[in-house]
Design a protein around this ligand. Structure first.
Ligand SMILES: Cc1cc2nc3c(=O)[nH]c(=O)nc-3n(C[C@H](O)[C@H](O)[C@H](O)COP(=O)(O)OP(=O)(O)OC[C@H]3O[C@@H](n4cnc5c(N)ncnc54)[C@H](O)[C@@H]3O)c2cc1C
Length: 474
């Protein structure tokens, strides 16, 4: 069996910067970086870009660097279980963010600092404030152009290769088992494309002393299973739940013309907030299976000219630990109930029928002015599957958004259910090592980050932790 002192799973920004830091601190380390998606140059030739591959999601697809001070991991703005604590916060976060900024500059980024949002966004934030809504942004920022992002990724690739890293693309890690003095990592070579069959050849194995799992948000479920199986302490946070709404794109344009994914939120009583999540202007609703439930997700149009007639965004309640045990209890059961009601399908309902507390039938849906983008969804009842407090919160929240985007309160708006997001807290030391020695986690997958800067900091810290773990374990 091949050996490698370190294996890093995922070539998103967290995995890449961890590899960079291990090799900077401990030159000569044998390091294997394994990525399920395509190599950079092949990604660049793809007609429809995906969030998998060299550079991962945000660094390849987005490239806005937000430097506003926050924490690592992201601390929920509602009550958290007692053990949840930030590993990096305040001045320490700012110092790490400056380090990441300098690194991107070294990698060729020239985009200027923007201390505050440009006028249209600043106006939208003010309008939201006047309506009683928080508009979440995180300035100062730098917006890397596509050339800067690709240049930085090419330089990283060259740098890692020059320092001896083995970078395997189109290789999906499927299993990791404890092997006494380390781990055995199993991976399957794949085509690297999302829509192609996964298992195209025989599994391969590498023995390693230490492993970093950085599989991004879409790998969170896999990560929880693998790390949990290896004994890492993982604390589930209360489920964030609700519905996915669909409106005429024109109605939401006043918001999405300024920012394609406006993050709006409003505090509720009893330890919860309601928020918009993953807005897809001109996008479509699609069912996906997560954590064993079929839930409504949104697929954005990649280019403005590809936008369809509707915009969709999730309307989610995020309860804190106390809220989830009180007023906001039971939301996570909605997914199970709705999946039982319509096996293998999403349920779609007109907002008028939600308000009238009656199911939507096929005839009413056929006559509705907003056409469902998910043709497969079944008209039915969502109104009775969520706590009454959820719908009251939706009405208040939508009423306020309506001040910024008139028409949001339309009775013809559609809602799909269930929708939910689950996050976990991974108990780690200050260098992202879990409670299982030699097993590190970093980035969006373990819920530490929600953006490039945070994920980069997590990667650098994990790299530092891996280097000292190898040193101490000699
Ligand atoms: C469309 C889009 C645009 C975004 N734009 C921005 C932005 O402009 N600014 C910002 O701050 N944030 C942005 N984000 C958020 C940002 O993407 C993330 O915060 C950041 O990418 C997290 O980095 P990561 O390394 O944790 O994960 P990712 O970047 O998601 O990378 C994880 C990688 O792991 C690989 N992987 C997963 N499982 C396996 C496995 N089993 N075996 C092998 N490989 C595996 C995946 O293929 C993927 O390439 C955006 C997100 C999306 C989806």
């Amino acid at each position: 069996m091949e050996t490698s002192e370190v294996v890093i799973v995922g070539a998103g920004v967290a995995g890449l910067l961890a590899a960079y830091e291990v090799l900077r601190r401990r030159p000569g380390t044998t390091l294997t970086l394994i990525e399920a998606g395509l190599p950079l140059e092949e990604r660049l030739r793809q007609a429809t870009p995906t969030s998998e591959g060299y550079g991962g999601a945000g660094l390849f697809l987005g490239g806005s660097l937000y430097f506003g001070t926050t924490t690592l991991p992201v601390m929920p703005p509602v009550s958290a279980p007692p053990e949840v604590r930030p590993v990096v916060a305040g001045d320490a976060f700012e110092r790490q963010a400056r380090r990441v900024d300098a690194l991107f500059t070294e990698l060729g980024a020239t985009a200027p600092w923007r201390p505050a949002p440009a006028e249209p966004l600043a106006n939208a934030i003010e309008q939201a404030r006047l309506a009683g809504i928080d508009y979440i942004t995180n300035y100062p920022a730098r917006r890397l152009t596509a050339d800067e992002r690709q240049g930085a990724l090419r330089r990283l690739y060259t740098l890692l290769t020059e320092h001896g890293a083995r970078q395997l693309m189109g290789a999906q890690v499927t299993q990791i088992v404890n092997a006494g003095n380390g781990y055995v990592v199993t991976f399957i070579p794949t085509s690297g494309k999302q829509d192609a069959p996964r298992e195209t050849s025989q599994p391969q194995r590498i023995h390693t002393r230490a492993v970093l799992l950085a599989p991004g948000r879409y790998g969170a479920e896999w990560l929880t299973r693998i790390a949990g199986g290896l004994g890492a302490r993982i604390i589930p946070l209360p489920t964030t739940y609700g519905v996915r709404m669909e409106l005429p794109a024109m109605t939401y344009d006043p918001l999405t013309d300024v920012n394609p994914d406006p993050r709006l939120q409003m505090s509720l009583g009893d330890d919860a907030l309601i928020k918009t999540y993953a807005t897809c202007p001109g996008g479509v609703v699609t069912p996906v299976t997560r954590y064993g439930a079929l839930v409504a997700s949104g697929v954005p149009a990649l280019k403005r000219e590809q936008r369809g007639p509707t915009t969709t965004m999730a309307l989610l309640i995020q309860p804190g630990a106390e809220g989830a045990a009180g007023t906001w209890h039971g939301g996570e059961e909605s997914a199970r109930l709705l999946n039982e009601r319509a096996p293998g399908k999403l349920i779609v309902q007109r907002m008028e029928d939600v308000r009238q507390r009656r199911p939507t039938d096929a005839e009413a849906l056929a006559q509705n002015s907003v056409r469902p983008s998910c043709a497969d969804a079944i008209p039915g009842a969502l109104y009775d599957a969520y706590p009454d407090a959820y719908w009251r919160a939706c009405e208040t929240f939508l009423g306020r958004i309506n001040q910024m985007a008139p028409g949001v309160l339309s009775d013809d708006a559609l809602v799909y259910g269930p929708a939910e997001e689950r996050f976990n807290y991974f108990s780690t030391d200050d260098h992202m090592q879990t409670t299982t020695p030699g097993l590190f986690v970093a980035g969006d997958g373990p819920g530490q980050s929600q953006g490039i800067i945070q994920a980069s900091i997590a990667g650098l810290l994990a790299g530092e932790g891996l280097a000292s773990y190898l040193f101490n374990a000699r």
